[in-house]
Design a protein around this ligand. Structure first.
Ligand SMILES: Nc1ncnc2c1ncn2[C@@H]1O[C@H](COP(=O)(O)OP(=O)(O)OP(=O)(O)O)[C@@H](O)[C@H]1O
Ligand SMILES: [Mg+2]
Length: 267
């Protein structure tokens, strides 16, 4: 419990890309109220890759939706680069969900440029930008394919390209690779790190895979079972760029073990 007191002190001296202070959330469900999140405080420095893990139902998606301006918290403060985020704003925060959620009637490039068309950007400009993003995620040559013509991993790449198209400084990802097979998932994680290192974005990433968490993160936040609280924060001090070989090291195993012990105690 001594840890918890330390964890509350997340203010840091530099302004965070994401700052959460004493955030709690209660849902009004049909069967009464559900306390989903309790006293969450966190500070994500700009450019950092933060991973959130925790038992199913502990409030990870709820927290991410609040960071994306898709849901308002019951109490507490949430700031993105110093300002609240009362509604979705893809220029400030991009979001990628577990399911690729592409529009089936639009091609890959049309899906990526969709957020830009909402802003009425000139057509040639937005097409060029969308094609750049498809190239960034390794999908040159697939711009005119429809979602049903793409594999699961490719659809998820299109989804990432769409999250990046407005060049938001913050990218939120909710189990983006959960539906993929292990090999594709590892490749996608590797690709994501490559994109992250070339775009220097702040990433907040949710996963149930502890290997993925250690492989990707600068810092892993572990949440307790509902109501979700942050019960541990673990610095992943493995060198970058990360390599597959690192996964076999004692250090990697030790970090994964520490997260696992915390999650077990979190139930
Ligand atoms: N719109 C809603 N109305 C009522 N309760 C909700 C709503 N959305 C989520 N909840 C409840 O809040 C809690 C947290 O849900 P949330 O989806 O944030 O968890 P999670 O950590 O993302 O879980 P998982 O790992 O399974 O995705 C759950 O108990 C869920 O039933
Ligand atoms: Mg979830």
């Amino acid at each position: 419990m001594q840890q918890l007191a330390d964890l509350g002190d997340t203010s840091g001296s530099k302004p965070g890309a994401i700052e959460v202070r004493d955030l709690s959330h209660v849902y009004d469900g049909v069967n009464g109220q559900v306390k989903a999140l309790e006293d969450i405080s966190m500070h994500v420095a700009p450019g950092k890759f933060t991973v959130i893990v925790g038992p199913s139902g502990c409030g990870k998606t709820s927290l991410l939706m609040m960071m994306a301006g898709l849901r308002a918290q019951t109490s507490g403060e949430l700031l993105c680069h110093g300002a609240p985020i009362p509604q979705p704003d893809p220029k400030r925060v991009g979001v990628v969900f577990q399911e690729a959620s592409l529009y089936p009637w639009l091609t890959a490039v049309q899906n990526v440029e969709f957020p830009l068309s909402l802003r009425n950007d000139p057509k040639t400009e937005r097409r060029e930008r969308a094609l750049q993003m498809l190239a960034l995620v390794g999908l040159e040559g697939f711009a005119d394919r429809y979602p049903h013509e793409l594999s699961g991993g490719m659809k998820q790449r299109v989804s990432i390209a769409r999250g990046l198209v407005q060049d938001p400084p913050v990218l939120l990802m909710d189990e983006p690779f959960a539906a993929l097979d292990e090999q594709t998932r590892m490749t996608m994680g590797h690709e994501l790190l490559r994109i992250w290192s070339t775009t220097s974005k702040t990433v907040v990433f949710i996963t149930h895979s502890l290997t993925e968490a250690v492989y990707l993160a600068d810092e892993v936040l572990v949440m307790s079972a509902r109501p979700g609280r942050i019960i541990d924060r673990i610095a992943i001090d493995l060198p970058r760029p990360r390599t597959y070989e690192m996964m076999a090291t004692d250090k990697f195993g030790g970090l994964r073990e520490r997260i696992w012990q915390q999650i077990r105690s979190a139930h």
